[in-house]
Design a protein around this ligand. Structure first.
Ligand code: B12
Length: 134
């Protein structure tokens, strides 16, 4: 299920990565971002790199957020992040979160940032958006 709420523009595209059906943490992040006024396109769960890339091409988000909760999904992250980056602008940031990742893993898989929960994720997104729009 694809959910689009918030403003007209899509600031953040978010989804749980291919093979991973966990939704609760990803949904909380979306809700917290929307509550902070960001436009969020939620691609749902079991989202392929191609689906993320298509959303990036269509909506030009500032940020793509990947949720990964199981080890097998984490292994896909480097390839997925490469494909997603290739579809977006050079300034687009990729964030990761979920039980399968931490700050060290975020660096290893080529992400720009990590946050352990929804409130700090909203702060992280606010910082990125402010820097781009300054
Ligand atoms: C609930 C749950 C389920 C539910 C999911 C329901 C749903 N609709 O989401 C069900 C029962 C379906 C389930 C299934 C499975 N699960 Co499960 N599940 C959990 C559990 C207990 C809690 C997850 C959760 O919702 N936490 C509450 C939320 C609020 O916290 P959160 O997920 O951490 O999210 C926060 C942050 O991570 C962060 N965040 C999340 N996404 C993002 C994204 C970005 C960009 C950022 C910055 C931050 C961010 O913000 C969120 C909000 O604060 C975890 C245990 C755990 N410790 O996480 C296991 C766990 C994730 N599951 C696990 C497993 C193994 C499975 C199954 C494979 C079990 C099975 N044998 O079938 C299947 C997976 C099927 C699949 N293909 O996905 C393992 C994964 C282990 C591993 N190393 O791979 C865990 C860690 C349990 C364990 N200790 O073994 N699971």
């Amino acid at each position: 299920m694809i959910v689009k709420q918030g403003g007209d523009s899509v600031d953040v595209v978010i989804g749980t990565v291919k093979g991973d059906l966990h939704s609760i943490g990803k949904d909380l992040v979306r809700i917290m971002l929307e509550a902070n006024g960001f436009g969020v396109l939620d691609l749902g769960v079991d989202v392929s790199a191609g689906q993320f890339a298509q959303a990036v091409r269509e909506h030009s988000p500032l940020i793509v957020g990947l949720s990964a909760f199981i080890t097998s999904a984490r292994r896909l992250l480097p390839g997925m992040i490469g494909e997603i980056r290739a579809a977006g602008s050079s300034g687009m940031k990729v964030l990761v979160g979920g039980a399968a990742v931490n700050g060290a893993v975020a660096s290893e898989v080529g992400a720009d940032g990590f946050s352990p929960e929804a409130v700090s994720t909203a702060r992280l997104v606010r910082g990125i958006v402010n820097a781009v729009r300054r």
